[in-house]
Design a protein around this ligand. Structure first.
Ligand SMILES: Cc1ncc(COP(=O)(O)O)c(C=O)c1O
Length: 382
């Protein structure tokens, strides 16, 4: 196949006949709403896979982050530290509560929240830290948890990209007071749209369950614990349909297989790029020795001035690649609402301007990875 005829998509869902059958079976079971038998079964499976006491399926990771902020009573006057190199809803979940996001730097090589910079930004108003496990690689959780304990802060893990990944032998999402996962179409395990809220804390779980059900005690009612359900707290509508839960359940059954395939491809890129790194044309991602990655994203860096040209060059050769987060502190909203300035976070700016993500999904082979790296080398040397 020539470079002209090969087209390599950036993401491709991994859907099987079993996935389709699972949704059809859920449709036939005639429970189209949420939190039914299927939803509860999948929640139990997720609890086991993540190794957490409580797991609630949600309509998205963004909603799981909102549940976290509500359940932890983050409110007006509070500050929450969050990386600027993050998806917008890690910050907007804070802002919706009337609290202020305080943007922190990432590590230049792992692209994860830098605990030293977090420490510098703690004030008497700080209530929580949100960490993002970028690309499915765990943040430096030992340091973050120690820091949080010293200052009596909550830790919320944005584990949107981190299903199946661990740090020092412990699954991501289980270090903090809450963990938030995404099963969006772009993730390793998909439900189309969807997410999960996990916690090891019984009180937080009780409150999150109510928040997820429009602020009512409907879940307790369904368990027969109360004779009718009513409005008991703040909340919104965050329960996904059992149809999506069915797809998620079927996907989760292949978590290990999908993760293993992706991790092999990830290392294919990483090892294949070593030679290019020696020439100084690329910087490979940094690997924390404690991190057990899940191969969610392969992101590397080039000189900022050539990044867009490289993406265009790959596109001309049939390969889809892309940049990632536009730093939140330099967004129009953060500048207007919080007076943030572009120069506030130089490491984040530098990383965001130089980062490229390459195709990574289970329909790729090692041969594809070699082809992509060959094409990349040609584009870079042009
Ligand atoms: C790090 C991170 N957090 C949160 C989200 C939001 O996930 P969802 O689309 O499930 O709301 C994403 C989605 O891309 C993400 O990458």
């Amino acid at each position: 196949m020539t470079s002209q005829t090969r087209r390599i998509r950036f993401v491709q869902p991994d859907l099987t006949n079993e996935d389709i059958q699972a949704v059809v079976a859920a449709l036939r079971a005639n429970h189209l709403g949420g939190n039914g038998a299927v939803g509860q079964r999948v929640q139990a499976r997720l609890r086991g896979l993540v190794g957490t006491r409580h797991a609630l399926l949600t309509t998205s990771c963004s909603h799981a982050l909102e549940i976290a902020m509500m359940a932890l009573d983050i409110g007006a006057g509070d500050e929450v530290i969050v990386p600027s190199f993050a998806f917008v809803t890690a910050a907007s979940a804070i802002v919706r509560q009337g609290a202020r996001p305080v943007f922190a730097e990432i590590d230049e090589f792992t692209f994860n929240l830098n605990p030293d910079d977090v420490a510098r930004r703690i004030t008497p108003r700080t209530r929580a830290v949100v960490c993002v496990h970028y690309a499915g690689q765990g943040c430096r959780m030992d340091e973050l948890i120690t820091l949080a304990r010293e200052h009596d802060l909550y830790v919320v893990e944005d584990a949107a990209q981190a299903i199946g990944a661990g740090y020092g032998g412990r699954p991501l999402g289980t270090f903090g007071h809450a963990g938030c996962f995404s099963f969006h179409i772009t993730k390793n395990i998909i439900a189309g749209e969807g997410g999960a809220f996990v916690t090891g804390d019984d009180d937080i779980a009780r409150r999150a369950e109510i928040i997820r059900e429009k602020g009512t005690n409907r879940s307790a009612f369904l368990r027969g614990e109360v004779d009718k359900y009513s409005w008991v707290d703040i909340g919104s509508s965050f329960v996904p349909s059992d149809l999506l839960a069915a797809l998620l359940g079927s996907q989760l059954a292949r978590l290990e297989e999908i993760t293993q395939h992706r991790v092999e491809l990830w290392y294919g890129y990483y090892e294949g790029m070593a030679r290019l790194e020696e020439t100084g044309l690329v910087i490979r991602p940094g690997l924390d020795p404690q991190a057990e990655i899940n191969g969610h994203i392969y992101a590397f860096r080039v000189a900022p001035g050539i990044r867009d040209r490289v993406i265009e060059g790959l596109k001309a050769r049939g390969i889809e690649s892309t940049f990632h987060f536009v730093p939140l502190h330099s967004s129009p909203y953060a500048q207007k609402a919080f007076g943030c300035h572009r120069d506030d976070l130089p490491v984040t700016e530098r990383v965001a301007a130089s980062l490229i993500r390459l195709p990574l999904h289970t329909q790729l082979s090692m041969d594809d990875i070699e082809f992509i790296l060959e094409q990349l080398e040609q584009v870079l040397k042009k």
